[in-house]
Design a binder for this molecule. Structure first.
Ligand code: AMP
Length: 385
């Protein structure tokens, strides 16, 4: 086993959102301290971390002080500038390694990488300006989805093109960037990607952890339903065939290995009506579709991340309950009282002050203990006791 960081060490987390919060809580359970760096004041992660720095990701002096205070650094937000992660990596181990951000921050690089692993995606074409849209539509066909190559999330920076719609390159280009999140400080020319629309049977995701020693553990695939482009529910077990489950897990493991990942990666996939699995997106960090692991698995995705980046043995991914994770979006978080009254529900609230529409405020895991698991465990106990 490579050198492990002992409890008491400090883990640096880039990003202050709920993923950082839940990572810091898991790290604290194992005896680690977390230092969060984020531009946001009173962030969800800083509220539960041992230390926090409020600074821009491009503030080099703040990055250097942060690096000096940590024994390892990870990120909970994959759009941190590559240069910031690379600067930190020259001073302290950054896991996953920053070069992985170069792949996953850019849909063109990401799809090229996935296809290069021999793994299918939907048909796609890079679009480097409004003049290239018509040719891309010719190649890919309609319906299709036009997406910004960088910074998109939760449907931001995406436009659907219906079948037989007229294609006005200039108008689409203007509309796309009008709907895109800001890529502050990026000096790169705007690039988009046109993807063939996938008429999928369902969406699944697999989260794989890979340790410093190269060993991997894949959580069982979750079946994901989106509402208004935002993840709504993740259900486990996913209602797909064993063949689809195996394909999904194999794709995720291959990707983790080919990236030489240390940490976690979430691989989101479409499952076709013919059972074909197409990779949609990668996220080299804990993922919303893995929140179910917090209450239904022996090890949560957050603990698994801490184990992986600290060089500890990975934990068991055994699932002891069936589960439906439901996000609480915007004002839905106001249902917390009713959720707490449900005996099989576990509530998680992220500490965000303002419940804006579309904002992820918390989630609920509704559990159904697995009969077979309960019986096998009860079988070990003397009923006379
Ligand atoms: P993304 O930002 O690429 O993860 O997309 C968010 C969600 O939009 C996906 O999880 C799908 O539900 C939907 N979506 C994205 N791309 C496509 C596509 N090419 N075909 C069909 N649905 C898509």
């Amino acid at each position: 086993m490579p050198q492990a960081l002992a409890p008491g060490s400090t883990i640096g987390i880039l990003g202050g959102g709920q993923l950082g919060r839940m990572t810091a809580l898991a790290a604290a359970n194992l005896g680690y301290r977390c230092h969060v760096l984020t531009p946001e004041r009173d962030s969800p992660a800083a509220q539960v971390a041992a230390a926090a720095t409020v600074a821009d990701y491009r503030d080099e002096a703040a990055l250097d002080r942060f690096a000096a205070s940590c024994q390892v650094v990870t990120f909970e937000f994959e759009n941190v500038p590559f240069e910031a992660a690379a600067r930190l990596a020259s001073r302290v181990p950054v896991r996953p390694r920053p070069e992985i951000l170069r792949v996953t921050q850019d849909r063109v690089a990401e799809k090229s990488f996935v296809n290069g692993c021999g793994i299918a995606t939907t048909q796609w074409a890079a679009v480097r300006g409004p003049g290239e849209i018509a040719a891309a539509v010719q190649r890919i066909g309609l319906p299709a989805v036009l997406k910004t190559a960088r910074m998109g999330y939760d449907g931001k920076g995406q436009i659907g093109l219906k079948a037989r719609s007229a294609v006005d390159g200039d108008a689409l280009w203007t509309a796309l960037w009008g709907n895109a999140p800001r890529d502050a400080g990026s000096r790169e020319a705007p690039v988009a990607i046109l993807e063939a629309y996938v008429n999928f049977a369902c969406e699944v995701s697999v989260i794989v952890a890979r340790g410093l020693d190269g060993r991997m553990q894949a959580f069982p695939p979750a079946e994901n339903v989106h509402r208004d482009h935002i993840l709504w529910t993740s259900t486990v077990p996913a209602r797909v065939s064993p063949l689809v489950l195996a394909q999904a897990e194999r794709a995720a493991r291959t990707i983790a290995e080919r990236l030489d990942l240390v940490g976690l990666i979430a691989v989101e996939m479409f499952v076709g009506h013919d059972g074909r699995v197409l990779v949609n997106e990668l996220a080299p960090r804990p993922h919303n579709s893995g929140h179910w692991t917090m209450d239904a698995c022996r090890t949560s995705q957050f603990e698994q991340l801490v184990r992986a980046i600290c060089g500890l043995p990975l934990g068991s991914v055994e699932r002891h309950s069936d589960v439906v994770m439901t996000n609480l979006i915007g004002a839905e978080v106001d249902t917390w009282r009713a959720v707490l009254a449900e005996p099989d529900a576990k509530l998680h609230v992220y500490g965000k002050a303002e419940a804006r529409p579309g904002r992820k405020m918390g989630h609920v895991n509704r559990l159904v203990p697995r009969e077979s698991y309960a019986k096998s465990k009860l079988g070990d106990v003397d009923p006379a006791m």
